[in-house]
Design a protein around this ligand. Sequence first.
Ligand code: ATP
Length: 260
Amino acid sequence: MQSTRAEAAAAEAKMGVEGLNLYYGEFHALKDVTLDFPKNEVTALIGPSGCGKSTLLKTLNRMNDLMDGCRVDGCVSLDGDDIYGDLPVNDLRRRVGMVFQQPNPFPMSIYDNIAFGPRTHGIKGKEELDVIVEQSLRNAAIWDEVKDRLKKSALGLSGGQQQRLCIARALAVQPEVLLLDESTSALDPISTAKIEDLVIELASKYTVIMVTHNMLQAIRVSTKTAFFLLGEMVEAGDTDALFTHPKDSRTADYVSGRFG
Ligand SMILES: Nc1ncnc2c1ncn2[C@@H]1O[C@H](COP(=O)(O)OP(=O)(O)OP(=O)(O)O)[C@@H](O)[C@H]1O
């Protein structure tokens, strides 16, 4: 009976890491991390600066292991398949999209920003691209604000609009997982609130994994939270439980603001 339950839990994990160790040269940045990321939920990665949150996030779409001196041991899986196995990196990055801390639209029109990824994957027809552009912008809750200026430069948008455009750009290639690396930390409170609402909505279709320094944001947006310290995953679980009844005293100290 127990194994059936364990299998069911495993089946719900969209991504997972097991026994993950990551080294930058001699520096041991992630220490034996094992963690599942449930499908169609938002998982928050929290912890003080330098604890390895971004490193873990980047490991999930292989943004760091191709760098000189970086070594990864252990298993990282997507739908149960090892992403360091036969899966080509380009396919992985299409399925696991990423949005960074600073909005980084390409210096081109709003339309071309969104069409860029699909074009790279061979979609050239104008009608098909029009549909993808509109749908992606709608899904990122920015269509109404930009629909009359699609041919204008994306650099003319506000910071909050640029970040939603970057989310739309990530959605345009139909990813399954969305990685958000402190994606609201450069934004004002109103833009942050819009993106938080959007992330909650996106979780019905995508698996979202977000790094955040903002503990209230983790509480508002995520259903699962993992707390990191010095490369170690100290504790992970249901967000409400982790914040109200942390099991480890280090988690308790951090979530109560005693350090970090
Ligand atoms: N390319 C790199 N080469 C060497 N060390 C690195 C590299 N990238 C990160 N590190 C180190 O790995 C550790 C974890 O960094 P990481 O960026 O993952 O932390 P973080 O928890 O995301 O921090 P922050 O909240 O400040 O962004 C830090 O000590 C950092 O200095």
